[in-house]
Design a protein around this ligand. Structure first.
Ligand SMILES: [Zn+2]
Length: 477
């Protein structure tokens, strides 16, 4: 018998706001521990939460971008549990009345076949603090409450996903949508996107569901893929050997490349949700949603299609350029005012990506800005430098931060394009290479290439190759 996986995802995305969900504390990452705290996010008695409007706006933005229905009357609820990183002993979340319901994201497989993954809900909640464990034996643990109260959007899917590859493609699509709409930076190293999966197996063709296993808190898409592949094998093996699976929560251990049991169903929490009496229901007017809809940016899929149409790019190039909002924007900043978009795409996906990967930086931290790249490309078009020299000029721009014009001036790299100048060099070369000249005239055609090489060498590679070729040919014949 063949088995198939039934997979659902829960994605926690940090909503990009300046201040926390219910207080005025900064959400900035990397501050010294416990410097972004106040009585509200520390859960001190008597402190009252006040909802940050920006959280609602971005929550609705996400809902619209995920094709959800925006719920006009949503409620914040208390999710009760005790843990040291949660000083109130409850997390403010949404339970029965989430902000967004019933959306979807379309993914494509490698042959372009589309599949719709349904989004059950996308609700708002606050993040907890962060525990830092001293690694020494019997060492203490510390708690940093800076993250406590930072706004999150939890996106929950229907169990529509069947393979680890589909999960990977869906996560990539969601990440792009969140970045393009400005809802979240989705920086996974900063924990701005975390994934829980639940997975069960069933016989192919069956409609029911098997016993599901949950794998918690993964912060890399590659790990999600590995964890799912591992679980598919593990569960199939157990089912085949006649074992009865029990519901479990598991963790993915990156070093072992395996999932390990964390707790069983008997240990599962009963959160005793109830509406938070300190917060009024969120009532949203249609006009408010309309305003946000109007301001919604172009989504990744639409932008890819436009790149193909407007700039005559291949789907492959368009997909790569739209892999991040910043790169798509950089491309457009150069290409909008430049005649050869394909050349811009090649530069970005070639030279620039190489530097960004080497230096592990984002394109908005890159010292060669869009106007600087355009200037470099224009220098090659006007023949001031050759295409080959452009690579060297670019490297110099990267290391020195100078503009292309400056580099060309300071290094004396201007391409030699004056006919008289080149003629003089060629005549000199012919004079000292009489053997090659007679070789050529006696039929050894590759002597021509040798002579070209000599001219380029003498001019430090600056001679315009087209002109050299033309003049040399006329001299020789
Ligand atoms: Zn606070």
């Amino acid at each position: 018998m063949n088995y198939e996986a039934v997979i659902g995802l829960e994605i926690h995305v940090q909503i990009n706001t300046k201040t926390k969900t219910f207080c005025g504390c900064s959400t900035e990452f990397g501050a010294p521990p416990n410097t972004h705290t106040c009585p509200v996010c520390l859960g001190l008695p008597g402190a009252l939460p006040v909802l940050n409007e920006e959280v609602i706006k971005k929550g609705i933005t996400a809902g619209l971008a995920l094709s959800c229905k925006i719920v006009k009357h949503s409620v914040f609820a208390r999710k009760n549990y005790f843990y040291p990183d949660l000083p109130k002993a409850y997390q403010i979340s949404q339970y029965e009345s989430p902000l967004n319901t019933g959306g979807y994201v379309v993914i494509k497989d490698e042959s372009g076949v589309e599949k719709r993954i349904v989004i059950t809900r996308a609700h708002l909640e606050e993040d907890a603090g962060k525990l830092i464990h001293d690694e020494t034996p019997r060492g203490p643990s510390y708690i940093d409450f800076n993250r406590c109260g930072v706004p999150l959007l939890e996106i929950v899917t229907d169990p529509d996903i069947r393979t680890s590859e589909e999960a990977y493609r869906f996560l990539t699509a969601v990440k792009e949508i969140m970045q393009f709409t400005g809802v979240s930076g989705c920086n996974m190293e900063k924990g701005e996107l975390r994934v829980d999966v639940n997975i069960s197996m069933r016989a192919q063709g069956e409609d029911g569901f098997g016993v599901k296993q949950e794998i918690k808190n993964m912060n890399s898409f590659a790990n999600v893929r590995r964890a799912l592949d591992y679980e598919i094998k593990r569960q199939t093996r157990l089912i085949r050997s006649g074992e009865v699976l029990t519901q479990q929560t598991r963790l993915f251990d990156q070093n072992k490349n395996a999932t390990v049991q964390m707790r069983t169903k008997e240990e599962a929490h009963d959160y005793r949700y109830f509406p938070d009496p300190d917060l009024v229901p969120v009532v949203i007017q249609e006009a408010f949603i309309g305003e946000i809809r109007k301001g919604l940016t172009e989504l990744p899929e639409a932008r890819r299609n436009r790149f193909v149409k407007e700039y005559s790019l291949s789907e492959y190039d368009a997909a790569n350029l739209c892999s991040s909002l910043a790169i798509a924007q950089y491309f457009e900043d150069v290409a909008e005012a430049y005649k050869n978009p394909k050349k811009v795409a090649n530069w970005i996906l070639g030279e620039i990506m190489r530097v960004l990967n080497d230096r592990k930086i984002e394109i908005d931290e890159f010292q060669v800005t869009a106007p600087m790249l355009r200037e470099l490309l224009e220098l090659t078009d006007s023949g001031v430098i050759s295409g080959k020299m452009a690579k060297g000029v670019f490297d110099e721009m990267v290391s020195s931060g100078m503009r292309a014009n400056q580099v060309v001036d300071e290094k004396g790299l201007k391409q030699m394009s004056a006919r008289g100048e080149i003629e003089a060099v060629i005549d000199e070369v012919l004079k000292v290479n009489e053997v090659a000249v007679s070789d050529y005239q006696s039929g050894k055609k590759n002597a021509f290439g040798f002579l070209i090489g000599q001219v380029m060498k003498k001019t430090g590679g600056r001679a315009n190759p087209g002109l050299v070729n033309e003049i040399l040919r006329s001299r020789m014949n």
